[in-house]
Design a protein around this ligand. Sequence first.
Ligand code: SF4
Length: 273
Amino acid sequence: MIFINRDKETKKLKETDGLKSREKSQLWRIFKYNKKLKPFRLSRSKFSDFLTCKRCFYLDQVEGLKYLDSIPFTLNNTVDDLCKKEFDYHRAKQTPHPIMEKYKLNAVPFKHKDIEKWQNSRNQGVEYIHPKLNLKLAGGIDDVWQNLNTKELIVVDYKAQSKSKEKKLEGYLEDVYHEGYKLQLDFYKYLFEKNGFEVQKRGYFVVYNATKEKEEFKNKLEFTCDLIPYDTDSSHIEDKIIEMKKLMEGKEIPAINKYCQNCNYINAGSKFL
Ligand code: SF4
């Protein structure tokens, strides 16, 4: 994939120096310049970056290199938006969604004044300012439900995919590409707990699978919906966050991830230049 830089508004080609903006109003985005200003915001995806490659995380968050733009997953986002509407309908009425009835869960989508803020992954999410680390940790959730028996919250995430009928749920949690999913729910549990909520151990992935077994497309995708239970564990998050902050305050740039295709591509290419 070749990423060409364009102006976000005009879409015209725009030269890039590979750095984030150094304009005064933007410096809060770079830890090195923000340190004494206000709690530094770190999203769940940046925490995940830290766990995947400390070097990339450091260069992005501390030194302010501009990471490659991400590609919008428009079909997945549409599935997310549409099912959010469905769950919102049941949130307003405080009735169970059909998938909860199918799996015999005595639960409803959680009704709370901050739900829209929690679902805003771009600027808000579920936030927690860590008092000792001066970090504002944030995670934009798809949804959160409430167990009506215990009143505990249930962390959930919607996932869209397209696999054959036989393989759609096979080894779902063991899939190496789904490792990050589990971290996602662990992190949300951590954030809700830090905000004073009781959260049950069992969370769920709501898996929408676009059916492949159709004779004709006819401009229509059909989905099945299933729940994959996952026993969340937030106990490992705090120590990793402390480790992450320590790295941010240090001056040492971590080594590359030797399994990363990007850095190794650049390394290999630089030998020819
Ligand atoms: S190894 Fe990969 S993830 Fe790490 S700094 Fe290089 S490009 Fe980034």
